[in-house]
Design a protein around this ligand. Structure first.
Ligand SMILES: [Zn+2]
Length: 248
């Protein structure tokens, strides 16, 4: 009997480890994924998930053009299917496009077969829009929704020809009651250079979701870290290229 508190402690520790590795974007315990080189270097990558979004993606394109910055967009497949011309605009502006599943599934909860279908339908929708997806080392980019993964998820993803991309700076811009001020306080605390910054131009809940705070924050981040501090904002393929990262 005396042993059980220890066993419970060990089990809780193992569970904690599993949760950390399934949820923390920078964790590598469930297999490697690219997160940039946080804390090192002058390169930075802005990434925008869950678009295209008719309400906010056009304004974001204007902001990025104003700063002459190329970003990376992880598109939801069914939005790409619904808004092919908007996605074409994003690609035509020189931004990199990656896969974020067709219906924004939590990948670890699904079978390999479902994950394969989600990935394939998304790439089909993007390519049917006439958009060429970004590639690194011959593979397309993929970001698991919510950053959720387990080793099996990453294996299927790689078998399907994708490089998993997570992030190093979480700004919680999807939170209820978020404001530009709150996002910028989180940015101040986390951005050090070499970062992949997660923001959203859309939302899996509905097309037209309000992303005003995310877009305004992107503008402020570029003002501070590009204009004032001299960081160089690049796409994920450019960042991978210059850091020499090799996906396993
Ligand atoms: Zn997402």
């Amino acid at each position: 009997m005396r042993k059980w508190p220890l066993a419970v402690g060990a089990a809780a520790g193992a569970t904690g480890w599993a949760i950390y590795n399934a949820l923390e974007p920078k964790a590598q315990g469930f297999g490697r994924a690219f997160v940039g080189t946080p804390g090192e270097g002058k390169l930075m990558a802005l990434t925008f998930d869950d678009g295209p979004n008719t309400a906010w993606t056009p304004s974001l394109l204007e902001v990025l053009a104003k700063f002459d910055v190329k970003a990376t967009f992880f598109s939801i497949g069914h939005y790409a299917r619904e808004q092919p011309s908007l996605l074409r605009e994003v690609a035509a502006a020189g931004h990199a496009i990656g896969n974020h599943t067709y219906s924004h599934v939590t990948m670890p909860l699904h079978t390999d077969e479902t994950i394969r279908r989600e990935l394939r339908r998304t790439t089909e929708a993007i390519e049917d829009a006439g958009v060429e997806m970004a590639r690194v080392q011959g593979r397309r980019l993929m970001r698991p929704p919510y950053g959720r993964r387990r080793p099996g998820t990453l294996r299927v993803l790689r078998e399907e020809g994708y490089v998993p991309i997570l992030w190093s700076v979480t700004l919680w811009d999807w939170n209820k009651g978020i404001t530009t001020e709150k996002i910028m306080r989180k940015a101040e605390r986390q951005i050090r250079g070499g970062d992949i910054i997660l923001l959203h131009d859309g939302c899996n809940v509905a097309m037209g979701w309000d992303r005003s705070h995310s877009i305004r924050s992107a503008e402020l981040i570029l003002t501070q870290w590009k204009e004032q501090e001299g960081f160089e904002f690049v796409t994920i393929p450019e960042m991978i290229e210059s850091t020499g990262y090799r996906d396993p």
